[in-house]
Structure formats: structure tokens, C-alpha cells
Design a protein around this ligand. Sequence first.
Ligand code: ADP
Ligand code: MG
Length: 505
Amino acid sequence: MSEQYRQLSPSEFFYRNREVAGFSNPTRAVYQAVRELVENALDATEMHGILPDIKLELREEGDGSLTLAIEDNGIGIPSSEVPNVFGRVFYGSKYVLRQSRGVFGLGVKMVVLYAQMTTGRPVKVRTATARSKFVYEYEVMIDVEKNIPVIKSLKISRNDSKWHGTRVELSMRGNWVQAKKRVEEYVRRTALIAPYARISLEAPDLVLRFERSVEKLPPAPKVGRPHPKGVDIEMLRMMVERSKRSTPLVEFLVENFDGVGPVTARKFCEWAGLNPEMKLRDLKVSDLELLALKMQEFSGWRRPKASTLSPLGEELLAEGVRAVLNPEFVTAVSRAPSSYGGHPFVVEVALAYGGAIPPAERPLVLRFANRIPLLYDEGVDVSVKVVTEKIDWRTYKVEFPAPLAVVTHVCSTKVPFKGVGKEAVADVPEIESEIEAGVRECARRLRLHLSRLERLLEAKRWRVTVGKYVEDVSRALSYITNYDEEQLRSRLVELIRSRSSRGGR
Ligand code: ADP
Ligand code: MG
């Protein structure tokens, strides 16, 4: 018998291995579907300066299937792109150097695939871009073997209301009862990290509505160029191929990389022993190898620019935490940009204490990466490692059980996720130490707050204790000195109040 050889299309790969993208069982599938759709809706709004307005609906149908619909007020999708965007695995607009929730060009196709697999029905998409004269309504399925979209129907109507945005609807099998808690948690945490968004969810036994608590968006991320430290030979080869063959090396470096000026480029060439005027056409494979290696090693590059990132900022982060967790105390830190292996990143940390946070034996850790809440795989995440293993909370006056929540947010053009399900951040040393520094800074502020509380409490206790003797003392004093007892008493009360409000004795 001879072997049969053929190629596996990307759709078929993910159809067979859906668990790697988070679709491992009917519960997880519902959660993952909601997540992918919400991520796309947020990317289509906040990244383009639009305050998000997102409506999510889930219905259980008589035949046991689940209908999921989501509508956003985002930039919409050009009609000609709709089929590929929903029906071709690895197709998207986010393959650029800029922080976004989506990265792989995969998410929504996984949802469409799962829907198609479990109910055989197409995805329905209704969309219009800004100022589009028409609204387009598509029904799309995926040809799994060929990895191409199949358009089932297309309806075009006039866009009289000047609407823009996208509505996606699909039917899938899934376990809503089991998924409910996770979905609720996911939406709550999304509201925390996006306090500028209005998000509503209507589902069986669950209605959530988060109004926006701020009307301000963080500055949108800009598209950037790769940092010279992050290159490898293959990447260099592709970049060289895209450039004119007569370009001198120094110009190639300046034009293609982040933060490289002519002076730095020449300095680098000299250091690496390469001729800066050498034309790209004369670069041999061995030169490419040397170039890649030296670019990684050179210490004279500027840090990667952080304009490709979009951290929330301390004010917005604190506001989100306040609105969703309702704590007694909150503080937030947005660290200065840093980098690992040529990828810029920013770490943000918030700490919340007391109020509506229930006391627990361990700090509640709420993790986010590029504004995506991470709910699974907590045990292997770098933030959890820092918060539970590296920090001795007693140093900061926290005694467990304590009502303590730690929020961590890692933004990067390349978050080192463990797996395509995007649920945990790997422990890259540079990121780990930034998280630790952020948590410590917040924890020091918490310690100040707790000390202040402690002093107030002590003062109150003193007031109560001393207050017990006011009657007796004023009577005795009046007896000895002949002063009016009533006057003595009010004088004493006043004294106690003024001393205890200064926090001393
Ligand atoms: P990714 O989000 O990783 O790019 P997806 O498969 O989830 O991959 O989406 C593919 C592309 O479809 C996105 O890059 C985006 O251009 C487009 N898209 C998806 N959903 C929306 C939406 N709600 N509004 C506008 N564009 C969208
Ligand atoms: Mg996506």
C-alpha cells in the first residue's frame, strides 16, 4: 500500500484542532465565541477613536441551539472584505505593528467554523462603513478544505440612517448554563478595562448593562516599524526583497526600522564591520546572517517607541476599577515603556482594597493583556507568580484574609502569550520585573493608606476609652477647684476631640 499525500488547509487544521484556539468543549466554546466577537467589536471602535457601544445577545432556541448576536458602532467592514474576513482563516487587518486585541486573523473564523460544524448554518453579517451609502447583509460559510469563503446570500439596502458598524449573528451548540458564569465574569472584566465603553448583554437568566463611567478614550495606538533588536534572518530577507536592489545598507536600515537615524545606522555598520554604502544587491546570505546577529547584539539602538501601544493610563484604570469593584481604596500605576527582545511593552497595575471586595486568603488577581481579560490558565501566568510568590504582603501591612484585588495589564505589540487561546502571559524576565515594580509601588501606597486607617482607628479607640472617664474626672476636678462642673466637662470633651483628630494621644 502506498501513502496518500495531500495538503491540509489552515481551516481544516483548526477544524481538527479547535481546542488549541480555545474551542475545546461546549462550555468553553460559548465563552470563546463571545470573547472573539467582543474583541473584534472593541478593536473596531476604540482603536479608531470611537466610544464603543456594544450590544450582545444570546438566545436559547427550541432545537437546542444557541443564537449569538453582537452589534457594534465601529468602523464597519468594506463590503468586498466581508467574505474573506469571516470565511478565510488567517485573513485580517491587524498584521501590522500596533497594539490590538486581535493578532492572528483567526478568531472570528473559529466561531464561524464552530457554528457551521455544530448547526450547519452560515454566519449572518450586517455592516456599513462610515458614510457608506449602503448597508450590506451577507450570509457566509467556510469551505474548509479549500480555506475559502462561500457566499450564501447578499442583500444590499440603502443606508438612510447613516449607520456604521457591524452586526454578527450565528447559531451554535453550546452549554449556556455552564458557560454563564465565565461569560458574566468576562463581560464584567471587559467593563473594568474599558470604562469608556457601553456594554450590554442579554441572555437567559442574565442581563448586564455597563454604562460608560468616562467619556474619554486613551490615545489610539499608531502603526510602527520593527525594532532592529527584534529581527531574524528570515525577516531581514523578506524586507530586503521588498526594497529596491540599489538601496545602500545605511538607507535600508533608516527606512525600515524603528528609531534608526543615519548617524546610528553608520555607527552600527562600523561596529559590525559592514560597509554602510554596500548595495542590497551585493548582500550575500552570509552577510544577512551577520547582519541579523549584529543587529540583535548592538547596544547603541534607541529603545522601541511606545507610540504603537495604547496603555489605559492611571486615571482611566483607577476609574474602571472603582466602577466595577467598588472598593474603599484604589490606586493605579502606569509604568514607563520598556522592551524585551525589540518589542515595546508597558505594564500597568492597580490595587484595590476593601469596600465591596470580599476578604480572601489570597489576593484576587485580575489579569489583562492588550485590554483582554484573561480568565483561564491562571496557574502559569507571570502576574500570578509575582503577586503570590514574590511579594510578601505583610511588608505592606496586609494581613490575610484581606479584601485585596490586584489588577495587572500588559500592553505590547507582541504579548508573549502561552498558546493561541491567549489566556496567560509567559514569564519573560523584563515583563516580570516591571510587574513586580508596579505592584510594589501600588502596595507602598496601600501601606500608607492602611497606616492612616490604623492611626484613625487607634485615635477613636482612645477617644472612647478616655471618654468613659470624663464624667468622673470633671466631677472630681470641680470638687477640688470649685470650677463649674459643666464647663469643665465640655472643655475636656473638646480637648479629647482635638487631640484624637490629630491622630496622636
Ligand atoms: P483578528 O481580530 O485577529 O484580526 P479575526 O478573524 O477576529 O482576526 O477578524 C479578522 C478581521 O476582520 C479583523 O482583522 C478586522 O479587520 C475584521 N473585523 C472582524 N470583526 C470586525 C468588526 N466587528 N468590525 C470591523 N472589522 C471587523
Ligand atoms: Mg479578532
